[in-house]
Design a protein around this ligand. Structure first.
Ligand SMILES: [Zn+2]
Ligand SMILES: [Zn+2]
Ligand SMILES: [Zn+2]
Ligand SMILES: [Zn+2]
Ligand SMILES: [Zn+2]
Ligand SMILES: [Zn+2]
Length: 925
């Protein structure tokens, strides 16, 4: 301790406000410096000279003249005339507005121009983060100073509220945003300004939104949003990323560890640039406590060489976003030896870091540790967990003798509940870090003032992110549901249990199998212990069974009985591999527009986790973002699951990604997604009409083995195979073309990312095939509805369920024909068409000709006498000689078709375009 040096100054006794002794309390300073303390919520305004064009954060107008008023803590800039109207709270105080602490899911920011929620300055792409679930955007350096104010998307048993409130986020609104209250523009592209509710999307001025009622009705997407109060996830230590199934491959952020504030280090650029040219100033490293020293995380301040101690302390406080008076703090010289004396482990931690090792007391006098001076007493806010209205807390004066127990008693007394047994209550310390919310139950005899001092000694910043809750002491039942997939198919429950015991060493007294999906090779586990759930989840990631990677997904519990009557949530499936990176962008948008718990990536375990999660939902709709193959995948999974779903016929809408998309074209969703506003996509889905569509079963019965297999010693014919078809199937030339394309794709998968590229390849392969001739009609016999059909001279035979083939071509043709009925999606009939070769196919695709109409019927039997290429919905293979039988597959499926009325009105106002087509939709009532 002998080496400790201090900057000291007098007047320890001056009465000061500690961080947040009252929510609306004006920050008073006894100092006589030239500061303007205005009754704005928590800001520390100072008059500054403007050297570059500047806008007011309150009214968003340009500030004419040379003087502006800047908050020294949060960088809020204001006109002098606007000062008295400022309602935006200062960033340090914003934590007091958090209703339920929920941590964020950070990932690197994309390309758009955004402003930082902490320092209010503009973000650069290279050093910015955004949340995957809400609209928080911050600098990497600022992230530790944001707190857990993310959207609450589910209940976790801590503080559950049944009424959903607006979730306000400041700034980054579209510049056309209008205020819900005064109807004037409230967005700005120049500064962080305006408020937006992250659930219903309404926008308002920071000075207007306060008068709106707190309850959120979810706005235009109300019917399709999965209400957060109907979702429950017991998730203690599971990261939010895992709960929302946000794939970590897209999470290559610089600070992806669970350390809350690794990124504080090196906030160098900004402060240095102002000081380097100015020799009258010096740059100091400031640590905000022992924790920062241990991690070697500091922030830099630049102060005049002849600065008073008080000014240095104040600058140090401001760089940590602390509005307090400097009198309550002191700076200690940064010194390893101090730490050695105080805490051996801190020093050991520090030696792992080569940077901090090189720092010696003598060589770096400009490194300082900010410490709070001990207090005799202070006012502490205690939040009552059961008070469900707003952010309610009780202020309690604590002294050196105050224990946790005495605080509980006093809270009861203040609430008029002193007859209650304090034994039934607990005091919980909640650290509201931006990446993690940590809860710790305090022991009854713990001394609270000491507790606060310990937190501040570790990190002064952390103190501003810490809250104390008084909660009822109940033993909540732990229940984590994990869906484990990638297991071998067609096993019994007992065999699956044994397999999991062998590979994951599951503890059978804590884990039970609740659902078995033998066809998909998946089981759902109910786990009654957090650490066992975490262990299984993590271990599954590194486990292969029969050389197949298995995976585990956390399944949220849907409390379907709490769903509002009219609610018909949307289950969203996105194939992120479709359509270049567009799938990823859509996942990101839909997570924010809806509840992330209703958005599923198809990559890890296919449609099963989503369908399983929604199995008890009385009504829901499905949105598939992907190519026709993806739609077929979901339809197939739905067929297999149908008897396990409470909603028998969920209607399916499509956002087409990738090439082809014949089904999406027929249902008016277009040829491919090209970046339309995701919100309007959802609105047109809401307005879409339901149509029925036939599905077909194809039975492939090979009577002979293929030559290839004979050579390999395989002589037994395979058992008949069954596949499903939604769009069309083709024999001969059209299948051969897609087969070549398929092989090319398998050889060089990296080349086939953009859907335009895909198209180019398709055409090239087509040209190469022109010299190839064959006589398909001589190698097969066709029977339609029990009648033999004479075939003309053709190279390709195609069976159509929908009137679009090969990326939008009309193969059947639009001419009316006395022989055949007009093709429909739901007429139970297939159209049979022939093409004479590649040239003919090209002409069909160019719209110059149609195919040769051959038949129309409900039951098709094809006998093939030599191996020929076959494709079903674009998936090609070589089929050995034998029988192919196509017949109707079970019930028709319900598809969503974009409303025509809506399309016509697209140029008009969006609000007016809600059409009567809704009356066609099912599942609303
Ligand atoms: Zn202004
Ligand atoms: Zn401020
Ligand atoms: Zn920032
Ligand atoms: Zn967030
Ligand atoms: Zn709202
Ligand atoms: Zn307004």
């Amino acid at each position: 301790m002998a080496d400790r040096s201090r900057i000291r100054y007098g007047n320890n006794e001056s009465p000061t406000a500690s961080p947040g002794t009252g929510r609306k309390k004006v920050h008073q300073s006894p100092s006589s410096r030239t500061k303007h303390h205005i009754s704005a919520p928590g800001h520390n305004f100072r008059k500054v000279t403007l050297t570059k064009p500047t806008y007011c954060h309150h009214c968003t107008d340009f500030i004419w003249g040379l003087a502006g008023f800047l908050c020294e803590v949060c960088n809020f800039m204001s006109h002098e005339k606007c000062l008295k109207h400022v309602k935006t709270v200062c960033s340090w105080m914003a934590s007091t507005l958090v209703r339920v602490p929920v941590s964020h899911c950070f990932s690197p920011l994309g390309h758009k121009k955004k402003f930082c929620s902490v320092c209010r300055k503009q973000l650069e792409e290279s050093s910015a983060l955004h949340c995957e679930v809400c609209e928080l955007h911050v600098h990497v350096d600022c992230a530790p100073f944001s707190f857990s104010d993310c959207r609450q998307c589910h209940h976790d048993g801590h503080q559950d509220h049944d009424i959903c409130h607006h979730h306000w986020r400041e700034g980054n609104l579209s510049s056309s945003a209008r205020c819900e209250v005064c109807k004037r523009t409230c967005g700005s592209s120049e500064v962080l300004s305006g408020m937006r509710c992250e659930w219903c999307g309404i926008t308002a001025h920071a000075s207007c939104y306060i008068i709106l009622l707190p309850e959120c009705k979810f706005g235009r997407l109300k019917k399709m949003i999965l209400p957060p109060n109907c979702v429950r996830v017991n998730s203690r230590n599971f990261s939010k990323m895992h709960c929302f199934r946000i794939s970590e491959s897209s999470q290559k952020e610089p600070d992806d560890s669970d350390d809350v504030d690794r990124s504080v280090a090196g906030n160098l650029k900004e402060t240095q640039s102002t000081s380097s040219s100015d020799s009258s100033k010096q740059t100091l490293k400031i640590f905000d406590g022992n924790d920062a020293v241990k991690r070697n995380q500091f922030r830099l301040i630049s102060v005049p060489r002849i600065a008073k101690n008080e000014e240095v302390v104040e600058a140090a406080l401001r760089v940590y976003y602390i509005p307090d008076e400097p009198q309550d703090y002191e700076l200690q010289i940064y010194c390893q030896q101090v730490l050695v004396n105080e805490d051996i482990t801190n020093c050991n931690g520090a030696t792992e870091n080569p940077k901090s090792q090189s720092v010696f007391k003598e060589s770096v006098p400009e490194a300082w540790v900010l410490q709070a001076k001990p207090k005799e007493s202070e006012v502490l806010k205690i939040y009552a967990g059961w008070l469900k209205l707003g952010v309610a807390y009780i202020s309690i004066l604590i002294t050196k003798k105050t224990t946790v127990e005495s605080v509980i008693k006093e809270v009861l007394q203040q609430l008029g509940r002193s007859d209650e047994d304090p034994e039934g209550l607990r005091l919980v310390e909640v650290h509201m870090g931006s990446k993690q919310v940590q809860r710790q139950v305090l022991m009854n005899q713990e001394l609270l003032l000491e507790k606060l001092q310990a937190i501040r000694k570790n990190s002064i910043r952390q103190m501003n992110q810490t809250r104390f809750y008084i909660v009822e002491n109940r033993n909540s039942v732990v229940q984590v549901n994990l869906l484990v997939s990638g297991l071998p198919v067609q096993l019994s429950e007992k065999e699956y249990t044994e397999l999991l015991q062998e590979h994951l060493a599951i503890k059978t007294h804590l884990v039970s199998v609740t659902h078995v999906y033998t066809g998909q090779g998946a089981v759902v586990l109910e786990i009654s212990c957090f650490s066992e759930a975490e262990r299984i989840y993590m271990l599954a990631k590194d486990t292969t069974i029969n050389s197949k990677q298995i995976s585990a997904v956390i399944i949220p519990e849907i409390m379907h009985k709490k769903l509002p009557q009219e609610c018909c949530p949307l289950l969203v499936f996105v194939n992120p591999k479709s359509g270049g990176l567009k799938g990823r962008d859509l996942i990101y948008s839909f997570r924010k527009l809806l509840n992330p718990h209703q958005v599923f990536e198809l990559t890890s375990a296919g449609p099963l986790p989503g369908l399983h999660t929604f199995r008890q939902m009385p009504h829901f709709r499905i949105l598939v973002c992907g190519g026709d193959g993806t739609v077929g995948w979901v339809l197939g999974a739905l067929e297999e699951m149908r008897h396990k779903l409470a909603c028998l016929d969920p209607a399916i809408g499509i956002v087409p990604l990738g090439t082809g998309n014949d089904l999406a074209r027929v249902l008016r969703w277009g040829a491919g997604y090209s970046g339309e506003d995701p919100h309007s996509l959802l609105m047109s889905l809401d307005e879409a009409e339901e149509v029925l569509m036939d599905r077909w079963t194809i039975l492939l019965d090979a009577q002979e083995v293929v030559d290839e297999d004979k050579e390999n010693g395989v002589t037994e014919p395979e058992p008949p195979k069954v596949v499903h078809m939604n769009n069309y199937c083709g024999l001969g030339i059209d299948a051969e073309l897609s087969l070549d394309f398929h092989h090319a794709r398998e050889e060089e998968p990296g080349k086939f990312n953009s859907r335009f590229h895909n198209k180019g390849v398709y055409v090239k392969v087509g040209l190469q095939k022109i010299s190839h001739t064959r006589n398909l009609h001589q190698n097969l016999q066709l029977q339609v509805d029990q009648h033999e059909v004479e075939l003309p001279s053709i190279e390709g035979l195609i069976f159509l369920n929908i009137p679009s083939w090969g990326s939008g071509a009309d193969l059947w043709g639009s001419d009316s024909d006395g022989r055949y009925g007009k093709p429909r999606l739901d007429d139970g009939l297939l159209e049979v068409v022939g093409v004479t070769g590649v040239v003919h196919m090209g002409q069909v695709q160019g719209g110059l000709r149609s195919g040769i109409r051959i038949a129309q019927g409900a039951y098709v039997r094809v006998t093939i006498t030599k191996p020929i290429p076959v494709q079903v919905d674009g998936e090609p293979w070589i089929q050995p000689p034998g029988e192919i039988i196509i017949s109707a597959a079970g019930p028709k499926v319900h598809m969503l078709r974009k409303s025509k009325v809506k399309q016509k009105k697209q140029s008009g106002s969006l609000k007016e375009s809600r059409t009567d087509s809704l009356t066609l939709s099912e599942g609303v009532n």
